[in-house]
Design a protein around this ligand. Structure first.
Ligand code: COA
Length: 533
């Protein structure tokens, strides 16, 4: 049943209110008491420090702010925001990655999700060539989970492995130590290109006072063991001594003021406002995620007015049209678009059209936007015989090999192999954004319920306990709830399967930032592996 524009709008606005509420749970972790506790120590909440660090009047693009909810870790259900704030902001006009521990969440310790968030921020910085600022205030590994955070690749040691390699690439990494940095965590101070420590707030040592006492019998205070005076005056492990957080923030800005201005590796044209207001997206997208969409309407609310130029619009209407391929400009930047349209089911014609377009944009060194609303490739014998397997594979190959910046925005179903062909997480898009309409799972709840039901029915028949109609209905219902719950942007956002759940009204700003940041490095030559055609 189709819904009216008004119904869609009211529904999505209400969904985004829930998103705001969840983000506020991370922003206000610990409540006013936690903020008062910080204030007594002479500290501000980490987002307040970041607000001072970035250029006045500019926006901090906070990534993955709903990470860490419903993790079900031992002793801890939620780790609000993953216990870490990451995001991109401008410092002296240059896009910079900022990573800050939130000491209000279990003393800023590292859970598996905290590490994943830290690694993701470093991966973006490395790939896009961004300098980084680390605001360090952490109790180190969350000790009850040491086996899950310490020894493996992509765990604790990888933070410093990344710092070393990124430094070797010429990327500046500045650590502003504003609290404890104990044991392995101390390396965040010592491995930085330049580190700033704050008098009587910042500590850095390989073993804290209790460990030192146990190991050597020495009794020493944290300040005398590894405070700011020790490391800036005696050990030489840190470079700048500051009296308080405000001075330290100013010092970091001064350090980065010496950086050369970044350049965009793309011809940028004058920008224009979109032809349709962003608010029209709320009305255009049906609240039922299984219902087809008009991708052109969405694109016209994102791109600069008059810049949308489709290719192959007339090709194989009804089948080829399930993917719209186009060029358009976002804030003056030319972008190639692969957009799911109508039901989004990918037929042979749509797959071929998309592959051709990905390769063409790669030849032209034009970055790509994947607007994802696809429940999968077309199944059935007609489709198999026509070669959906090989043409789908070609699309996946092209996506995997395209050397241009690629960004995925999910505005609906995101299932099965369509997740690959439309540049899902495994295809390493430079940025991946979800909206509240995104549903990422191997198949829809409805499809999964039927597949699993057929298996369950067979098992029950074998054990002479056939399912009644009521049993089947209850089974279907519980599977649909499980699958739809796991596909929801809150679940994917918690587990960092997206870089941000953006509101419809924010899409244009976020895409513009993400393309700009992704284009700070020159685009190399195209190279594709075997294609079957
Ligand atoms: N693992 C698990 N939990 C930890 C932790 C760790 N490494 N460090 C701190 N916590 C927990 C505390 O138990 C406390 O939990 P609670 O709120 O449920 O009571 C919470 O984090 C806050 O810690 P607290 O000590 O009250 O905060 P603080 O601001 O007074 O001190 C530290 C912060 C980091 C200086 C202090 O907690 C500390 O020294 N921690 C141990 C650091 C360490 O040795 N790490 C080695 C691991 S690499």
């Amino acid at each position: 049943m189709s819904t009216t524009a008004e119904e869609n709008r009211a529904y999505w606005l209400a969904e985004e209110e829930k998103l705001d509420a969840r983000a506020a749970m991370a922003r206000d972790a610990g409540g006013p008491k936690a903020v008062e506790r910080l204030a007594r120590q002479g500290k501000k909440p980490v987002r307040d420090i970041i607000a001072k660090l970035i250029d006045t009047g500019t926006e901090f693009f906070e990534l993955s702010r709903i990470a860490g909810f419903g993790m079900n870790y031992p002793e801890v259900e939620d780790v609000p925001g993953g216990g870490l704030v990451t995001g991109i902001g401008k410092i002296h006009g240059n896009w910079t990655m900022i990573v800050g521990n939130d000491p209000r969440v279990k003393a800023g310790t590292y859970f598996p999700i905290t590490l994943k968030k830290h690694m993701r921020a470093q991966a973006i910085a490395e790939r896009c060539g961004l300098n980084s600022v680390y605001i360090a205030d952490s109790g180190g590994a969350f000790l009850p989970m040491q086996a899950d955070v310490f020894p493996d690749d992509q765990q604790f040691g990888s933070m410093f492995y990344n710092m070393a390699r990124m430094s070797a690439m010429g990327l500046k990494q500045i650590t502003l130590s504003t609290g404890g940095n104990t044991a392995g965590g101390a390396y965040i101070v010592f491995m930085a290109c330049q580190s700033v420590m704050i008098d009587k707030l910042a500590y850095s040592f390989l073993g804290g006072p209790p460990l030192v006492k146990a190991a050597t019998g020495e009794t020493v205070t944290a300040e005398d063991l590894g405070g700011a005076k020790v490391h800036t005056g005696i050990s030489g492990g840190a470079d700048h001594f500051c009296a308080n957080q405000d001075d330290a923030v100013a010092r970091v800005r001064d350090i980065l003021s010496m950086e050369a201005p970044q350049t965009l590796h793309l011809q940028r044209f004058p920008e224009a406002e979109p032809e349709l207001p962003p608010e029209s997206i709320y009305e255009a997208l049906p609240l039922n995620t299984a219902q087809g969409i008009n991708a052109r309407r969405v694109l016209r609310a994102i791109c600069d007015a008059g810049s949308l130029m489709e290719t192959k619009r007339e090709y194989a209407r009804g089948r080829g049209d399930n993917i719209v391929t186009a060029k358009m400009r976002i804030k003056g930047m030319p972008i190639g678009v692969i957009a799911s349209n109508a039901t989004g089911i990918i037929f042979v014609e749509a797959a071929r059209k998309a592959t051709e377009w990905i390769i063409r944009c790669s030849q032209e060194k034009i970055p790509l936007l994947f607007l994802q609303n696809s429940p999968g490739y077309m199944v059935g014998s007609a489709s198999e015989h026509a070669g959906i397997g090989k043409y789908g594979s070609d699309m996946v190959r092209a996506v995997a090999c395209a050397q241009v910046p690629r960004i995925q925005l999910v505005i609906g179903p995101d299932n099965g192999a369509a997740n690959y062909g439309m540049c899902g997480r495994s295809y390493r898009p430079h940025f991946l954004f979800h909206t509240m309409r995104a549903r990422t799972s191997v198949m829809s709840g409805r499809a999964a319920a039927e597949v699993l039901l057929s298996i369950e029915e067979r098992k029950r028949l074998d054990s002479d306990a056939p399912m009644s109609e009521a049993d089947k209905q209850a089974f279907r219902q519980s599977m649909m709830e499980k699958y739809d719950g796991e596909a929801h942007p809150f679940t994917s956002g918690s587990r960092l399967l997206s870089d941000r759940v953006v509101k419809f009204s924010e899409i244009r700003e976020w895409l513009a930032m993400a393309f700009e940041v992704s284009l700070l490095k020159p685009i190399g030559p195209p190279a594709f592996g075997n294609l079957r055609f």
